[in-house]
Design a protein around this ligand. Structure first.
Ligand code: MG
Length: 400
C-alpha cells in the first residue's frame, strides 16, 4: 500500500478575507485547518501516515500557536502532525511542506477547504503513481464571460473544469517539478504538467469548496452548524450489603477470590446498576428501580449486564448515544484494581460497541470509615455523558 503525507497549506495572510487569516477562523469551535487534518486522520491505516501543517512564516515557533503541536490537535490522534514553516509564496510554503514530509507520496491540500470527503481522498490515492499525479476536478456549471476594457465576451464553458485540492503526487517528482517551475504556479498540477508528467483527473466534490470570500465562510458555517450537538450528563449511585455465600459480580466480571458477595434481588452488580442509573438520568428516563422493580419475580437473580443492554436500547430510542462513563467504587474489601480493565472492557462493549474504551473506573478503599470501612457494604457513584446530533447533517439527512 502506498503511504501518503497529507500536507495542509495554511500559510496565507487572508488578503481576500479583509486581512483575517481564514485558516485559523473557527468553524463550529475548530479552526478551519483542523477539519482537513481530522479528515486525513480518519484514513490512518488506509494510506495516510501523517499530517504536515504548513503555518505562516514565523508562526510555528511564536505567535498564537507557540507550541510544536497546535491546538486543538489531539496528541493521541492515530497519526502524527508535523509543523512546517511557510514561505513568502504559496509555492514556497508547499515546497517546505514537501521537505518536511516523511512518505514517498503526498496530498497537498488548502486549509481553506474544510469539507474534502473521505471518498475523494481514496479516489486520489488510487489514481496516483510514480509517474502520474491526480487532481479533483468539476465541470464548470455557470455561464462564463470575459470582461475586458468594458467589453463583455461570452466564453464557451464546454470542456472547462475547476480544479480543487487535495492534489496528489509522487513526492520526489513533485519536488523536482516545483524546483524547475519556480514560484509562479497557481497550483501543484501546473508545475507537474510543465515537467511533462501525466496528470489524472478524478471527480471532485461540490462541498469541497474553497473559503475565499466572507460569503464562503457564511456558507461553510451554515453547513457545519446545520448539525448541532446536544450533550447531557447523568449521575448514578448504588449501595449493597456485603455478605457471605453470595457471588461478587462487578461490571459483569465475577470476582471469584472474594469470600463475600453483594446482597440483592438481582445479581447485585452495583457498578452496573450505578452506570445504568447515570445513563437513565442523562436521558431523562426513570431509574432502574422503576424499570426493573425488585418486587417483580422476573428480575430475581437477573444478569445486570442484560438489564444494562435494555437500558442502552432505551437511551438509543431517545436518540442519545453514550460518549463517556466514569465511575468510582468504594470498597474496603476485596482489592479491585486488578479487575478494573476487564470491567471497563465489558461495560464498553455494551455501552458503545463501536467506541473502544468509553469507560473509566476507579476503586477506592473506605479508609476504614463507616459501614464500607468495616467491610459491611460497598457503594458506587457513576456519571455518564450522552450526545445527540440534531438538525440537518452534511449528508442532507435530517436528524431527530
Ligand atoms: Mg443495585
Amino acid at each position: 500500500m502506498k503511504e501518503f503525507s497529507f500536507v495542509i497549506v495554511a500559510g496565507g495572510q487572508g488578503s481576500r478575507m479583509g486581512g483575517q487569516r481564514k485558516q485559523f477562523l473557527p468553524l463550529r469551535g475548530r479552526p478551519l485547518w483542523c477539519w482537513s487534518a481530522e479528515r486525513a486522520a480518519s484514513l490512518a491505516g488506509a494510506g495516510v501516515g501523517e499530517v504536515v501543517l504548513v503555518l505562516p512564516a514565523g508562526e510555528s515557533r511564536a505567535g498564537p500557536l507557540r507550541g510544536a503541536v497546535p491546538q486543538p490537535w489531539d496528541e493521541n490522534a492515530p497519526i502524527p502532525l508535523r509543523v512546517a514553516e511557510g514561505g513568502a509564496s504559496r509555492a514556497e510554503s508547499v515546497f517546505n511542506g514537501l521537505l518536511a514530509s516523511s512518505f514517498d507520496y503526498v496530498m497537498v491540500h488548502d486549509a481553506a477547504r474544510p469539507f474534502a470527503g473521505e471518498a475523494l481522498l481514496r479516489r486520489l490515492m488510487e489514481a496516483t503513481s510514480e509517474t502520474a499525479g491526480a487532481v479533483p476536478v468539476l465541470p464548470v456549471a455557470d455561464a462564463l464571460k470575459r470582461v475586458e476594457g468594458g467589453e463583455v465576451v461570452p466564453v464557451d464553458r464546454e470542456g472547462l473544469f475547476i480544479t480543487q485540492t487535495p492534489q496528489s503526487f509522487y513526492r520526489p517528482a513533485l519536488i523536482d517539478a516545483l524546483r524547475a517551475h519556480g514560484n509562479g504556479a497557481k497550483d501543484e498540477a501546473e508545475a507537474w504538467l510543465a515537467a511533462g508528467r501525466e496528470l489524472r483527473c478524478v471527480e471532485g466534490e461540490r462541498l469541497n469548496f474553497k473559503i475565499t470570500w466572507p460569503d464562503d465562510l457564511r456558507m461553510a458555517r451554515a453547513l457545519a452548524e446545520g448539525e448541532s450537538l446536544s450533550q447531557r450528563t447523568g449521575l448514578g449511585y448504588d449501595v449493597h450489603r456485603l455478605v457471605p455465600d453470595r457471588p461478587l459480580i462487578l461490571g459483569g466480571v465475577p470476582i471469584a477470590e472474594s469470600p463475600l458477595g453483594l446482597l440483592g434481588h438481582s445479581d447485585a452488580d452495583l457498578l452496573t446498576h450505578a452506570v445504568a442509573d447515570a445513563l437513565l438520568g442523562a436521558a431523562g428516563l426513570p431509574d432502574i428501580g422503576n424499570l426493573f422493580p425488585a418486587s417483580d419475580p422476573a428480575y430475581r437473580g437477573a444478569d445486570s449486564m442484560e438489564l444494562l443492554r435494555q437500558v442502552v436500547d432505551r437511551v438509543h430510542g431517545e436518540g442519545w448515544r453514550v460518549s463517556w462513563v466514569d465511575a468510582v467504587i468504594q470498597a474496603q474489601v476485596p482489592r479491585l484494581n486488578a479487575h478494573l480493565p476487564e470491567m471497563r472492557q465489558r461495560l464498553s462493549a455494551v455501552l458503545a460497541p463501536g467506541l473502544p474504551n468509553c469507560v473509566n473506573l476507579k476503586a477506592k478503599s473506605a479508609e476504614g470509615t463507616g459501614d464500607e470501612g468495616r467491610g459491611g457494604s460497598m457503594t458506587c457513584w457513576a456519571v455518564a455523558a450522552l450526545c445527540r446530533v440534531s438538525g440537518v447533517g452534511m449528508d442532507g439527512e435530517a436528524r431527530p
